[in-house]
Design a protein around this ligand. Structure first.
Ligand code: SIN
Ligand code: FE2
Length: 213
């Protein structure tokens, strides 16, 4: 199918030590990636998870892969079972694995083997507060984060919550890879501005690939 966003050649922007933005890296595959989101969500639906503190997250989430990121009253965990369906999460599609492999290599990380892909869906106003990705047992492997649809402001800080933040707009097809010295850097997404995107309508989607074990 003709991809209306595939005509811009990708380029790279350094973000921090060990972190890079691969601008438009996923544009050529965006339509296929988005089609898979619908297929995956038909098996494990999007849901707004409740934090251990009892707060309902504004971002709707689902997962694919051997394990998926989820919450319960005790904390955050990677589980092989979707607690909503009580079945395993859907398998990670080959095009997801292929994109994550190409992006991690382009960022200089060899042998990234994700076993989890968290799929975030942002509606207008949805945000992700500043946090570290630290529920993975293996911190040697990077995080690969793919943005699809509406643009959003990504905040990227340092190892301490109050370190200065860089703010960058992430657009359709942008991929952020962080690892090594920046693997545990705080990051978040500011509230999504209402708009319309030809590929995703009112939403922004984000795929984050992780190696958890
Ligand atoms: C995340 O931190 O897991 C997602 C970041 C994003 O939505 O870009
Ligand atoms: Fe994160």
């Amino acid at each position: 199918m003709l991809d209306l966003f595939a005509d811009e050649a990708p380029w790279q922007e350094p973000l921090a030590d060990g972190a890079v933005i691969l601008r438009r890296f996923a544009c050529a595959n965006a339509q296929a990636l988005i089609a898979q989101i619908s297929a995956l969500a038909a098996l494990s639906p999007f849901r707004q998870m409740v934090t251990p503190g009892g707060y309902t997250m504004s971002v709707a989430m689902t997962n694919c892969g051997d394990v998926g990121w989820t919450t319960n009253q005790h904390g955050y965990l990677y589980s092989p079972i979707d607690p909503l369906t009580t079945h395993p999460w859907p398998a990670m599609p080959d095009i997801y694995r292929g994109l994550s492999d190409a992006a991690s290599k382009a960022a200089g990380y060899v042998d990234f083997t994700p076993d989890a892909c968290l799929i975030n869906r942002y509606a207008p106003g949805a945000k992700l507060s500043l946090h570290q990705d630290k529920d993975e047992l293996n911190l040697q492997q990077p995080i690969v984060s793919v943005s699809l649809g509406l643009p959003a402001v990504f905040q990227f800080g340092g190892l301490n919550r109050n370190d200065p933040l860089k703010r960058v707009m992430l657009e359709h097809g942008d991929v952020v890879v962080w690892g090594g010295p920046s693997r545990l850097f705080y990051h978040g997404i500011l509230p999504l501005k209402p708009a319309h995107h030809p590929a995703t309508g009112e939403f922004r989607f984000n795929l984050t690939f992780r190696h958890t074990r």
